[in-house]
Design a protein around this ligand. Structure first.
Ligand code: DLL
Length: 436
C-alpha cells in the first residue's frame, strides 16, 4: 500500500493548533451556541429553564455538564421543524434519518452550515489521503440520508472529481471502478464487502484495481474487518464517523498515517463521554456514551445530544484534536442474551478468524419456550467449501462465541448469498422475540 500521509502544510492550522488554542476557540463558540439555541429554539429555552441553567452560567468548558441532555425523542417530539433555530427561508438543505423505528428526525442547514460541513468533510477526506484532483467513487446513498450528499459536499470543497454513484447496482459499481480508476471509495463497510464479492464473481482481482483508500463508516466495523478489506483490495481502510443530528459524515475521522481511532473535529463539535446510567461526565480514557454539542451550527444547534454510541476519548496523535476509539456498538444494538451483553461487532471479530466463512452475517433472536436464543446466519467463503468443512466451520464459530462471549448460539452456514445484502447500512439483528 502506498504512503498517503498528507503534507503537514495542507492541513487546516486548527488541526495542529495547541490544546490551549483549541479550548479557547471551543469556549467562545460554546457560549455562542448555547445562547443561540436558548434564544431561538423554544425546546432549549424550556429545557434550560426547567434545569435552572442559563447560557450565562457557562464560564468554563466543564460548566457544560450543568446543562440538560437532548435525546432522540426530543427531536421526534418537535417533528418536523421545531428544533430549527432560523426561519425556513434561511434553511438551504434538509436531511432526515430513515425513521425505521418511528418518526423520522429532520435536520436542517444554513448556507454557513453547509460550508462548515463541506470543510470538515474535506478535512476528513484529506486525512484519508485524498488530494485535490483525485477521483472519488462515492457509494454512500444520495437522498435524505446524509452520507452521499455530505461526502459530495466535502469532495467538492477539497477539489476532488466525484463519481456520485450512490448505493446499489453492484455490477455497475465494479464496472465504473474498473473503467474510471478512482483513487478512493466512500461506502459502508458492509456494502464494500458486496462490491468485493462482485469483483470476484466477475473474475477480477480487486488487488489490481485503482483504489488506494476506502473510507468506511455509517455503521460499526472492526479492526478485523479492516485487515480483511485492506488485504482483499490492497488499499488502506479508514474509519469515518458522524450522525445526522450532529451534522452527518465528518464529525470525526481516522488519519491514514496512524489508523488509531478517529480525530474529532473539535472546533465544530464538542464531545463528552458520560456514564449512560448516571449521566455523569467521565474522564477521558473511560468508556461510556458519546455526547455531542455543536459549536457553530446555525439552523439546527444541538446541545448535549446523547448519541447512544459507546466509545472513549483519547488524546490527539496525528492531529491535536482528541480521538474517539472506534465505535464498536450503540447501546441500542446491545443484545442481552440470558444476562450476557453482546454486540454484533464481537461476532464479526470472531467470524473473521475462520477462513471457510464469509464476513457476511446476520443475528436472529427468538424466544422459544421463554428462553432467548441466538442464531447466527453466515455463509461459506467460496463455492469450493465442502459440506464437512461447513459443519467444522460452524462448530468452530460456535466454540469461539462460547469461549469469548460466554453464550451458546446456533450457527447456520448457508451458500453464498444466503445472508441478505444491504446497499447501505447492514441490518445485523433480526429480533423476533415477542415484545414484552
Ligand atoms: O450514518 C452519517 C454517516 C454517513 C457517517 C456516512 C459516516 C459515513 P446517521 O444515519 O444519522 O448518520 O447514523 C448515525 O450511525 O450514531 C452511529 O451509531 C452509526 N455510525 C456512523 N458512523 C459510524 C462509524 C450517518 N464510523 C449513526 N462507526 C451513529 C460506527 C457509526 N458507527
Amino acid at each position: 500500500m502506498k504512503d498517503l500521509t498528507p503534507a503537514r502544510s495542507t492541513l487546516d492550522p486548527i488541526e495542529i493548533a495547541s490544546r490551549d488554542e483549541i479550548s479557547a476557540l471551543q469556549l467562545k463558540r460554546l457560549k455562542w451556541s448555547l445562547r443561540h439555541a436558548y434564544d431561538n429554539v423554544p425546546f432549549y429555552k424550556n429545557s434550560f429553564d426547567s434545569a435552572g441553567v442559563h447560557p450565562d452560567d457557562l464560564h468554563d468548558l466543564s460548566d457544560l455538564a450543568k446543562f440538560p441532555f437532548t435525546v432522540k425523542t426530543d427531536l421526534r417530539d418537535n417533528y418536523p421543524f421545531g428544533m430549527f433555530a432560523v426561519p425556513q427561508d434561511q434553511v438551504k438543505r434538509i436531511h432526515a434519518s430513515s425513521g425505521t423505528t418511528g418518526q423520522p428526525t429532520v435536520v436542517g442547514y444554513t448556507a454557513n452550515d453547509l460550508e462548515n460541513w463541506g470543510n470538515v468533510v474535506a478535512r476528513s477526506l484529506r486525512a484519508a489521503g485524498m488530494c485535490p484532483g483525485d477521483m472519488l467513487h462515492n457509494a454512500y446513498g444520495y437522498g435524505l440520508f446524509t452520507g452521499g450528499m455530505g461526502i459530495h459536499l466535502g469532495a467538492d470543497a477539497l477539489g476532488l472529481s466525484t463519481v456520485p454513484i450512490s448505493g446499489g447496482m453492484t455490477p455497475r459499481q465494479v464496472r465504473l471502478i474498473e473503467d474510471f480508476k478512482p483513487k478512493g471509495i466512500t461506502v459502508t463497510p458492509s456494502y464494500a464487502l458486496s462490491i468485493l464479492d462482485e469483483f470476484n464473481a466477475q473474475g477480477l482481482d480487486p488487488r489490481d484495481c485503482s483504489l488506494q483508500v476506502g473510507i468506511f463508516g455509517a455503521e460499526p466495523w472492526t479492526n478485523a474487518m479492516r485487515l480483511e478489506i485492506e488485504q482483499a483490495f490492497d488499499m488502506h481502510a479508514v474509519d469515518i464517523y458522524g450522525l445526522s443530528e450532529v451534522m452527518g459524515p465528518g464529525v470525526s475521522m481516522e488519519c491514514v498515517e496512524s489508523k488509531d481511532g478517529l480525530h474529532i473535529w473539535e472546533d465544530h463539535f464538542y464531545p463528552e463521554i458520560i456514564n449512560p446510567e448516571t449521566g455523569q461526565v467521565v474522564a477521558d480514557g473511560e468508556q461510556g456514551e458519546l455526547v455531542f454539542t455543536s459549536l457553530t451550527k446555525e439552523a439546527f444547534p444541538i446541545i448535549r445530544y446523547r448519541t447512544r454510541d459507546l466509545t472513549r476519548l483519547l488524546c490527539g496523535t496525528a492531529r491535536s484534536m482528541r480521538r474517539m476509539e472506534k465505535v464498536t456498538g450503540r447501546s441500542d444494538d446491545m443484545i442481552i442474551l440470558r444476562g450476557v451483553n453482546v454486540f454484533p461487532t464481537q461476532i464479526e471479530e470472531l467470524l473473521m478468524q475462520i477462513d471457510a466463512l464469509s464476513p457476511h452475517f446476520q443475528i436472529e433472536l427468538t424466544r422459544p419456550d421463554r428462553m432467548d436464543q441466538m442464531r447466527i446466519l453466515t455463509e461459506i467463503a467460496d463455492a469450493g467449501v465442502q459440506l464437512s468443512a461447513r459443519s467444522d466451520a460452524a462448530s468452530h464459530l460456535s466454540a469461539l462465541v462460547k469461549q469469548s462471549v460466554g453464550i451458546s448460539v446456533k450457527i447456520d452456514v448457508g451458500d453464498i448469498g444466503a445472508v441478505p445484502r444491504s446497499e447501505g447500512k447492514a441490518v445485523r439483528i433480526l429480533d423476533k422475540r415477542p415484545k414484552t
